[in-house]
Ligand binder design. Sequence first.
Ligand SMILES: [Zn+2]
Ligand SMILES: [Zn+2]
Ligand SMILES: [Zn+2]
Length: 112
Amino acid sequence: MLICYHIGGHVFAYTPNNVSTHLKECDCGYSIYEYHSITYLQIPRDSSAHRVVCTKCGYSRLEGHSYRYLPGSNLYECIYCGYSTRDPGIILYSISITEPIFFERSKENEFM
Ligand SMILES: [Zn+2]
Ligand SMILES: [Zn+2]
Ligand SMILES: [Zn+2]
């Protein structure tokens, strides 16, 4: 274990490494890989996905919502970002496996 010259302990910088980890390092030479500190952000103009963001290294990627059904309100809610909708596109998605564009079109039609 290195003795750090920073008063009060290591001062870490974070560098994205891969989809699940980042490198956390101090300029004293100490470094360790650790899992991202993930938070989920809604994307206002793209209702089919949310953004997965690491609050430490800034890593981010888009990911489809994971819905659960809310029986009382007849809504589907994403368990990660909280986005809710009456039309989660789950059925559309299974239809659209052979024709991915169909899903996008139907989302636009929602607002017409
Ligand atoms: Zn250090
Ligand atoms: Zn990270
Ligand atoms: Zn979501």
